[in-house]
Design a protein around this ligand. Structure first.
Ligand code: HEC
Ligand code: HEC
Ligand code: HEC
Length: 754
């Protein structure tokens, strides 16, 4: 045990302990630079302590001296020498080799609120502010429940897109944002907060956060601009009622945060009343109280929620002659939801017996609950035997695809209608064929067998026809297998990785998108969200993803931005006339890149949409041509200082050039700019520096312009430093040699003491 009290052991234990805490216990972990700083400070501290008096200092160095000098410890000395040389070499190598980890961004999720708040022309004291409805009415009273119901309506109209129809933070646009919208069902969020805190967060949104809440990345809108005070309190009442949490109050700190269990136990018998209650709570906001698809949230929804009274369903495994899906099909839809639409998956919320009871209710709405599957003559789609995937099958698949699918799904499968038809669904709404290269946007279909079923039976209520009479089973399998191969032509969404790596090339940068040089640049795909954040709001856009590649040489940087856009909006062109919507005046398609006007050197970024007063941004704005009036494609640099004023075009944008072309349902635009420019308002690109970058898109067909746009969150672009192996290895060997020499020198001096 005496060995444990030795100052050297103690020093090592303390430093080891601190390192463990800094590097592994703290969450999020410290960035490497800070970790090194802290460790250096701690080492100096420990050395000061052990050398405080002579006796301890001597005890501290004795074993070290022995290691370096004692003739009995030769083997150990040799081992230590090797470890020091190899270790230093390795550390130097790690430190000098070019690295590509994205910077850590620390964010406080619940920063301290201000003590008072100015909103709606009043000043509120947040320490005493209370929900007026909760003080006025008893929570169980009808009056209060009426408030909650109104709050629900407002929630589904405004918040659902991000915070989800289940209040779980998984709204259908949530994936486009970092940080993600908050999950209110989690015990760590509203259950821990005062209602006054929510009032502050909702009225002031992301931009109202203090610096530690990183206001520049939060997509949380400033609702003070769009909802009145009463509406905000109604939504707050709804949030607590729906989740079953009690708001935290200053007096009753001890109130429990556990949700009440109000759902009937899974598997238990459900009477009609219980089923009605579940339907009202979970489905009616969209599908309507009477199942007619006219719920309070339905108005802004595309596609619209299903009208159950028609007994018409899109997704089924029964053949084209069968009117209805099987119960198994409906269960699948309800459990998994329909990705790309507002229809959520319910498997984590509803038990199987609850789902079965809802299926019965759906049948009641459509008057088909009395009939059994035999009465209804539901026949499964005949599958035959799936073939092996061979080049012949794929070639036949392409032939079938050209015959039967291209007219709607387009040459490359991106959903650009080539037949010239204006497709409509049974309700006379315009409808767009799916982009078959992007399976993450498909609703129900997962594998080749599903595609086979879809094309065999068609998609009822939509123009997608059945192909069971005009295509053999063999040909249908070939088409299905070919469709599955189309996903290889697109890059999947970049999950987790947020860095666009610009690759260095020698010689000229590619002038257009077709150049094979682009194959060397890794492609990154990000989600676009329509602007539901600030008026004028946009609730739906057909274009939902952007793919980016970057290359640079000694002088310039080139970014290729691809946006799958089914519709070519060049006003006056033939194609544009074919795609045009009845009630919308088309604008010109446009694509923009946004970067900060300057790097601040701190974590602070400009607000992620058009910057803010303190942190302006550069927008590289490219606009497609127009035939009527005749205008060429244009590109310009715009300076933006926030969303309140439109971005200001430069008088001279010569530093930036761009070429764009639309083909088979996709715009590809190549932006080229000098790495360094003369203008003081421009960001200057440097190698190895992480630079924030974001993207925006305007779909002309939809009449999108100005703030009516789709955009991404902030990502990073990094001009990859070129790895120079001679330099990296040279530095490593130099480091190792120096460490070795130092060791030998100390050993040589220490020898003389023994
Ligand atoms: C565009 C997406 C979006 C919409 C729409 C949206 N939010 Fe948010 N919200 C977020 C994001 C992202 C966060 C997390 C970042 C933050 O805290 O600012 C958040 C955070 C919050 C928080 C903070 C919760 C906490 O634990 O600190 C509250 C409360 C909130 N939202 C309420 C609402 C309400 C109420 C509405 C509708 C009136 C709404 N949000 C609409 C994106 C959205
Ligand atoms: C937030 C809105 C929303 C909620 C809540 C919602 N749905 Fe839907 N639902 C939709 C939309 C939108 C569609 C249509 C999607 C499409 O046409 O591609 C749909 C379609 C459906 C379909 C038809 C699938 C098909 O094959 O045609 C069923 C069945 C369904 N929903 C059941 C339910 C049930 C049961 C609940 C409640 C547990 C529910 N939905 C809750 C939005 C919603
Ligand atoms: C007349 C136009 C038309 C033709 C021809 C057509 N489709 Fe479609 N297809 C559509 C439309 C419209 C949709 C989207 C329906 C919706 O959004 O509800 C669709 C959707 C799909 C889906 C998506 C299903 C899902 O779960 O999201 C697949 C897969 C598909 N079609 C495959 C095919 C194949 C393969 C062919 C050729 C054999 C084909 N389609 C022919 C119009 C067509």
């Amino acid at each position: 045990m005496g060995f444990l009290k030795h100052p050297l052991t103690l020093a090592l234990l303390v430093l080891g302990g601190l390192y463990t805490v800094f590097a592994h216990v703290l969450n999020p972990p410290l960035p490497a630079s800070l970790l090194i700083q802290y460790m250096v400070i701690c080492t100096v501290g420990v050395l000061l302590v052990v050398t405080f008096d002579n006796a301890t200092a001597t005890r501290f160095v004795t074993p070290l001296l022995a290691l370096f000098g004692s003739p009995h410890l030769k083997a150990l000395r040799f081992a230590a020498f090797t470890a020091v040389v190899a270790g230093t070499g390795w550390l130097t190598y790690e430190a000098v080799k070019p690295s590509i980890v994205s910077p850590v961004e620390l964010r406080t999720v619940h920063p301290a609120p201000p003590s008072s708040l100015k909103a709606y022309g009043n000043t509120y004291n947040l320490l005493t502010l209370e929900n007026p409805y909760r003080t006025e009415f008893d929570e169980t009273s009808d009056e209060y429940q009426e408030i909650v119901a109104e709050g629900a309506g407002l929630y589904y109209e405004n918040c659902m897109y991000c915070h989800g129809d289940l209040l779980d933070g998984a709204g259908h646009l949530a994936g486009a944002f970092t940080p993600r919208p908050i999950n209110f069902q989690d015990v760590g969020t509203i259950a821990q907060l005062q209602e006054a805190f929510l009032f502050w967060r909702i009225t002031k949104g992301g931009p109202g956060l203090p610096v530690e809440g990183t206001p520049w990345v939060s997509a949380m809108p400033v609702w003070e601009d769009m909802l009145n005070e009463d509406e905000v309190w109604k939504i707050i009442s709804f949030l607590y009622d729906y989740t079953g949490f009690e708001p935290r109050s200053w007096e009753l700190e001890a109130k429990s945060g556990e949700p009440e269990t109000e759902e009937p136990a899974p598997g238990g018998e459900l009477d009609e009343e219980a089923v009605d209650a579940i339907y009202t709570k979970r489905c009616s906001q969209c599908h309507g109280d009477d199942g007619d698809g006219l719920g309070i949230a339905a108005e802004r929804m595309y596609p619209a929620p299903r009208d159950f009274t028609l007994g018409l369903f899109k997704y089924k495994t029964t053949d084209a002659d069968s009117e209805f899906p099987t119960d198994v099909d409906l269960r699948e839809t309800i459990r998994e939801g329909l990705p790309g639409t507002a229809m959520p998956g319910w498997k984590t919320i509803l038990s199987d017996s609850e789902i079965d009871a809802l299926i019965y209710k759906i049948k009641v709405f459509g008057y088909w609950e009395e009939e059994t599957e035999e009465d209804l003559e539901l026949t499964p789609i005949e599958l035959g035997t799936p073939p092996e995937v061979t080049p012949q099958v794929l070639a036949n698949g392409r032939v079938q695809f050209e015959k039967a699918c291209v007219q709607c799904h387009g040459e490359a499968g991106r959903g650009n209608i080539t037949s010239g038809k204006r497709l409509k669904d049974d309700w006379e709404n315009r409808i767009w064929p799916r982009n078959l290269t992007r399976p993450e946007t498909w609703r129900w279909t997962v594998d080749a067998e599903d595609v086979f079923q879809r094309l065999s039976a068609g998609i009822p209520s939509t123009p997608m026809p059945e192909h069971s009479t005009n295509m053999s089973i063999e040909d249908r399998w070939a088409a299905a297998i070919y469709v599955m191969s189309l996903r290889d032509t697109a890059t999947p969404l970049s999950k987790g990785d947020s860095v666009i790596r610009a690759v260095r090339v020698d010689g000229d940068l590619p002038g257009d998108a077709d150049d094979p040089a682009w194959d060397n640049a890794p492609a990154m795909t990000f989600r676009l969200s329509p602007n539901i954040i600030k008026e004028p709001r946009l609730f739906f856009s057909l274009n939902d993803m952007v793919t980016v590649r970057a290359l640079y040489n000694a002088d310039d940087i080139a970014l290729r931005v691809d946006v799958d856009d089914r519709t070519y909006s060049v006003p006056g062109s033939e194609l544009e006339a074919q795609y045009a919507l009845d009630d919308v005046t088309a604008t010109r398609d446009a694509i923009a890149i946004q970067i900060p006007a300057a790097l601040t050197g701190t974590a602070e970024k400009p607000y992620f949409r058009q910057g803010d007063k303190r942190n302006p941004v550069n927008m590289w704005y490219w606009q497609a041509p127009s035939q009527e009036p005749e205008q060429p494609a244009t590109v310009e640099i715009r300076d933006a200082k926030g969303q309140d004023k439109p971005p200001k075009p430069r008088t001279d944008s010569a530093a930036l050039s761009a070429t764009g072309a639309w083909k088979d349902g996709r715009w590809q635009v190549v932006f080229t700019r000098a790495l360094e420019t003369e203008s003081p308002g421009d960001l200057q690109f440097n190698k190895g520096v992480y630079t924030p970058i974001a993207f925006a898109n305007w779909d002309g067909l939809n009449g999108e312009e100005g703030l009516r746009q789709s955009f991404t969150a902030w990502y990073w672009i990094l001009l990859e430093p070129v790895d120079n192996p001679t330099k990296t290895m040279g530095m490593a060997i130099l480091g190792a040699t120096l460490a070795g020499l130092a060791f030998l020198l100390i050993a040589w001096r220490a020898r003389r003491r023994f």
